[in-house]
Design a protein around this ligand. Sequence first.
Ligand SMILES: [Zn+2]
Length: 218
Amino acid sequence: MFVGHLALAVAGKRAAPEASLGWHIAAVTALDLVWPVFVLMGVEHVRVVPGATAFNPLVFDHYPWSHSLVMAAGWGILLAGLARAFGISQRTALILWALVVSHWVLDFITHAPDMPFWPGSTRVGLGLWNSIPGTLLIEGAMWIAGIVLYLRGRRSTRWIGPVALWSLIMISTVMWVAGPWSPPPPDARSLGWFALIGWVIVPWAALADRYYTGQQSS
Ligand SMILES: [Zn+2]
């Protein structure tokens, strides 16, 4: 799942407006941010197999350190701790922790049975990716709801806000929708390097969020 994760970040922003959207995006994508690092280190393994699932050509052979449920809880504690160090309240830090763990739940729904509970455990997955229409429908609905939720009651304070926000939305959406029809990455290593670029989404969202205002803290 990709834009579905981002949709949950927005829901998190509604629940905890105190922190920049950059924090919420970092939380929902945390497992995918550490994953390419482990792939490039040779600690986790992925294969490019065209047709592996209808939506995605990747076989995640081994990624217990980035993508097991127990480790997700651990990465969540790490991010929540970092947020606390930046002066973010305990309540918001708890929501950030939950957003990190939400990544595992959404990937469990999406992936083939490759999601471990802990390193070495049995692996589970409901395989939404086996259906292109199903993926587009469910994830797309989440994404649209997320965008509407973010914009409701908010207005930009400078032109840079909408430019950053809409470029982020467009590029994420195009990359996600085009996925099944794009040529697969040549190998795991180039996929790892490409995925590392994903880190840019965090400061990008923070930049957009900085120039939007309106939501009252609750
Ligand atoms: Zn993931």
